[in-house]
Structures are given as structure tokens and as C-alpha cells.
Design a protein around this ligand. Structure first.
Ligand SMILES: [Zn+2]
Length: 185
């Protein structure tokens, strides 16, 4: 086994270890081990190819990590897209971010224009996360849960279904692996 480490360009820059294996013939594999990106390549692979594959695998794993943990930036982007789609682009806010919310899924400070979404919502299917955003964003116009508020929220086509989804989780049902796939429309 030959081991080499090198720097890679890109937004996510883990230490990279390219490992050449004599037993490996054609396939390239990558894994993240204690923060180090290990790229397993055939021993015979030339230096330039190894570098190319290290770059490809870094980008691939970075995408997987981004999907697994939506960041505040992605939340902000989703909120802007929903603002255009559901609210005609008229909403304004100061911040939309993930935060510790206890048992709540989210909250909205009407006066400060601050929308917070629970960290645990990061693992929800994207359409349920979008519902939470629509719900909290609608509170920027209506602080209460009156008819005008619900009329706004129901413009989001999956609103009823997402409410049911969240209620099921709140009651201890529907938790666990696989629910995202079975319930995704
Ligand atoms: Zn509410």
C-alpha cells in the first residue's frame, strides 16, 4: 500500500489520503474516516489520475454532506424561493436560521422579523421543511393562527399533508428510518 496526502481545491477541504491497493483493479472508492477523506485507487493508477479521482470523490462526498445537513444558507435560499412562489415576493425578514427550539418546530418574531426553525427539522423531508418555513413566514404577516393566516399557509399545496406528518411525529408515530421515502410525494 502506498499512501500520499495532498491539498485539493474546493469549498470543503478535508485532509485527503490517496491509498493505492494492489488488489484493487479498476474501481475507485472513497470514505470519510475521522475527518480524513480516504480515496482507494488501484496501485497502478498514475499520479495525475489519482489527483483527478480525489477531486471527483471530494465533490461527491461534499454533496452528500450538504444534503444530509441543510445549512442556514440553504434555509435562507428555500425561504426566498417560497417567498416568490407563495407570497408573491412581498415578505421581508432579518434572518431565517436553524436554532434550538425545544419541542417547537419553529418560531417567528413578528416585530424583529426573525424566523427560527428547529435543528431537528433539518432531517425532515424537504416538502415538510418547506411547510415549516411557509408557516413561520406567514406569521410575518399574521401573528395569530386566524383564518387569514391559514388562507396564506394553504397556498402551499402540501400544507395539509405536512401538518399530518408533523403531528404523527409529535405523537411518537412515524419516526425512524425510511419514512422520508415512503411519504415523499
Ligand atoms: Zn404558527
Amino acid at each position: 500500500m502506498a499512501i500520499q496526502e495532498q491539498e485539493l481545491s474546493g469549498p470543503w477541504q478535508p485532509p485527503v489520503r490517496v491509498i493505492g491497493s494492489r488488489r484493487r483493479r479498476r474501481t475507485v472508492q472513497a470514505r470519510l474516516r475521522s475527518g480524513v477523506l480516504e480515496v482507494l485507487v488501484p496501485e497502478s493508477m498514475p499520479e495525475r489520475e489519482r489527483l483527478r479521482w480525489a477531486g471527483i470523490m471530494r465533490a461527491r462526498i461534499e454533496r452528500q454532506l450538504q444534503r444530509a445537513q441543510p445549512t442556514d444558507n440553504r434555509l435562507e435560499e428555500r425561504a426566498q424561493a417560497l417567498n416568490r412562489r407563495i407570497f408573491g415576493g412581498r415578505l421581508r425578514w432579518n434572518s431565517v436560521s436553524f436554532a434550538e427550539q425545544g419541542r417547537r418546530w419553529g418560531s417567528c418574531s413578528y416585530t424583529a422579523g426573525v424566523v427560527r426553525i428547529s435543528h431537528r427539522a433539518a432531517k425532515l423531508p424537504s416538502w415538510v421543511l418547506d411547510y415549516l418555513l411557509v408557516h413561520e413566514l406567514a406569521h410575518l404577516e399574521h401573528a395569530d393562527h386566524g383564518p387569514a393566516f391559514w388562507e396564506l399557509v394553504m397556498r402551499f399545496p402540501m400544507a395539509e399533508r405536512a401538518r399530518g406528518y408533523l403531528m404523527a411525529i409529535d405523537h411518537g408515530f412515524g419516526e425512524g428510518e425510511g419514512e422520508e421515502e415512503t411519504l415523499r410525494p
